[in-house]
Design a protein around this ligand. Structure first.
Ligand SMILES: [Zn+2]
Length: 120
């Protein structure tokens, strides 16, 4: 998604609201006030980014989930076992990802069809 002017204005309005809620940034002794402000801004940015990643990933998994999927090893149908949760380290911090888990009765092991798509 390319950001549009309208979207950037909404992000700016959100950031201005966050600024009002945060108030004055506390500056530790021997710390540059600008570095303290930048650190706070980076933490807010990371929180927004990881939330966006988690929500977008959840929508992707939900759209791709089916009752059955083919085993990557033998090609036979596997059965949906539910979703597994795992933690990934993104460039902006830790994110919780949910993905469908399937079981192949032929190979007698679980597999995760989305594993290939999250590594490209
Ligand atoms: Zn199999």
């Amino acid at each position: 998604m390319a950001t549009t002017d309208q979207f950037r204005r909404r992000v700016r309005a959100f950031a201005e609201q966050m600024c009002l809620e945060i108030g004055e940034v506390s500056v530790a002794d021997e710390e540059c006030w600008l570095a303290a402000i930048e650190q706070m801004a980076a933490e807010v940015g990371d929180a927004v980014a990881t939330t966006l990643i988690e929500r977008q990933a959840a929508a992707h998994v939900e759209a791709a989930a089916t009752e059955e999927a083919n085993c990557p090893q033998c090609g036979k149908r596997g059965r949906y076992q539910g979703d597994r949760q795992r933690e990934l380290i993104s460039r902006r911090g830790s994110v919780a990802i949910s993905e469908p888990e399937y079981f192949c009765p032929c190979c007698r092991k679980a597999f995760f069809p989305d594993d290939r798509s999250d590594r490209c």
